[in-house]
Design a protein around this ligand. Structure first.
Ligand SMILES: NC(=O)c1ccc[n+]([C@@H]2O[C@H](COP(=O)([O-])OP(=O)(O)OC[C@H]3O[C@@H](n4cnc5c(N)ncnc54)[C@H](O)[C@@H]3O)[C@@H](O)[C@H]2O)c1
Ligand SMILES: N[C@@H](CCO)C(=O)O
Ligand code: NA
Length: 427
């Protein structure tokens, strides 16, 4: 057995404390697999006195997290503070400057600064925990599927959104009610916007797309929509039509380049993603020649996230090396990003219209003008003079035509509310 790997951890919140616990609880098993002891020797956090349920006795304490990089006793820096700027960024750059490898769970940092980091000569940064927490998706894509051409990736990458949508579906509750309850129970952050507005999913998707397509991390090119606009009414219609609504991150190779988008989508009940409920994450990878690979599990929480952080530490202890994003920095190709307006797919469209003769003719005239063909249409009951929901599912259509048609539909006198549009995804 080698001498061992000495670890410095910055940030002792949910994940940091989870890593300390996992390294303690499974120490022998981890040492046997790593071929040496992995020992935390130093930590940096904000509050030394806080009870984290795990002892800090015997560990060197740094008030300044960046000082961990210069601590001679530390072989590898584990960054678990979070954020793409500030201390997390400074610490990672200082560790690389000092020639030390870094392990992080920080998707914002890798999504926003991945290229700055990989451009550094000899940089060793591992981030399995950053995407889908405990699911080993980075390793699957970068290593297990290294011989494959990747056609596309579609996944549920945010447990908070999936929890909210699952409860809306199961209990027929509206978004605001479930969000408030999720916050009260500590599932959703006090400021939940990174989760529910799709930014967290976009961070993760940008990282996966870079690995899948051998290109730079292009977070700025990801089309992002969140779940605030999803109504209990549309969840009900989705169920009636044989779909579930999920917040998906999708990266797909098209003839024009790479499409990366985050938005709520209707997925058919037969899709592996339709059955993934609660805080679980899942990812479907289409690869050639292997075909479809599906991974599912827990994408967040102390234990699952620590599982991924410690796996990266074990890789380091074993001396395993892989280019951070699958191919060396200089070998990456700048595949063009396809803008959202060029997307093609099927759409679910719901209008609240006045229930009177001729309204459907006006609506379908607009769709005809934009070359949009309908697969089905649904209206329940009658309420003459009142607003009634009319639901349409289109055949494959261009996003640009759909957006223009939607703007026109919203101006029809019979249309009482802004139309609801949800893309249909056969993932
Ligand atoms: N919680 C999860 O389930 C989960 C899952 C995957 C990835 N992540 C990522 O892991 C990282 C940590 O997340 P978390 O949930 O543990 O967050 P957290 O808020 O529980 O912990 C972060 C800790 O960092 C400390 N901190 C803040 N600024 C600091 C500074 N300047 N110096 C030292 N410590 C500082 C905070 O006091 C806090 O204890 C983030 O990048 C997050 O995105 C979290
Ligand atoms: N906030 C994220 C957790 C970690 O990525 C989620 O809800 O899935
Ligand atoms: Na992971």
């Amino acid at each position: 057995m080698k001498d061992g790997l000495s670890v410095g951890i910055a940030g002792l919140g949910t994940v940091g404390a989870g890593v300390l616990r996992l390294l303690r609880d499974n120490a022998d098993l981890i040492a046997a697999r790593a071929g040496c002891r992995i020992t935390v020797v130093a930590v940096a956090a904000r509050d030394r006195a806080r009870d984290r349920g795990v002892s800090l006795d015997g560990l060197r304490w740094h008030d300044d997290a960046v000082a961990l990089a210069a601590d001679a006793a530390v072989d590898v820096v584990v960054e678990l503070i979070g954020g793409s700027d500030g201390t997390a960024h400074e610490l990672v750059m200082a560790a690389l400057e000092a020639g030390k490898p870094v392990v992080t769970a920080n998707k914002a940092l890798i999504a926003v600064r991945g290229d700055e980091i990989t451009a550094r000569e000899g940089a060793s940064v591992r981030f399995e925990a950053a995407v889908a927490g405990g699911i080993p998706v980075i390793k699957a894509l970068r290593e297990g599927l290294a011989a494959n051409r990747i056609g596309g990736i579609a996944g549920i990458f945010n447990g908070t959104c999936n929890y909210i949508l699952s409860r809306m579906q199961a209990e027929r509750l509206d978004f605001a009610t479930v969000l408030a309850d999720a916050q009260a129970q500590g599932y959703a952050e006090a400021d939940p916007s990174f989760d529910i507005d799709g930014i967290d999913t976009a961070h993760k998707l940008a990282i996966l797309a870079a690995i899948a397509f051998g290109r730079p991390v292009a977070f700025g090119s990801v089309h992002v929509e969140g779940i605030r606009g999803i109504s209990a009414l549309d969840i009900g219609f989705a169920a009636e039509l044989g779909y579930r609504i999920k917040l998906l991150g999708i990266a797909r190779a098209t003839e024009a380049g790479v499409e990366t988008r985050v938005h709520p989508a209707m997925v058919p009940l037969a899709s592996p993603l339709a059955r993934v409920d609660g805080v679980h994450n899942a990812v479907v990878i289409d690869a050639d020649p292997v075909g479809q690979v599906v991974l599912q599990g827990r994408g967040a929480g102390a234990g699952p996230t620590a599982s991924a952080v410690v796996a990266d530490l074990i890789d380091l202890a074993r001396g395993r090396a892989a280019p951070m994003l699958g191919v060396p920095h200089e070998a990456r190709v700048a595949a063009p990003s396809v803008p959202m307006w060029a997307h093609r797919g099927a759409y679910f469209l719901r209008l609240m219209v006045v229930d009177e003769p001729g309204v459907i003719a006006d609506v379908t005239a607009v769709l005809r003008d934009y070359g949009i063909s309908l697969e089905s249409m649904l209206q329940h009951g009658r309420s003459p003079g009142d607003a009634v929901a009319v639901v349409m599912v289109t055949h494959e259509t261009g996003e640009a035509a759909m957006t223009a048609a939607l703007a026109r539909l919203a101006t029809l006198p019979a249309v009482q509310e802004p139309p609801a549009l949800i893309r249909i995804e056969i993932a």
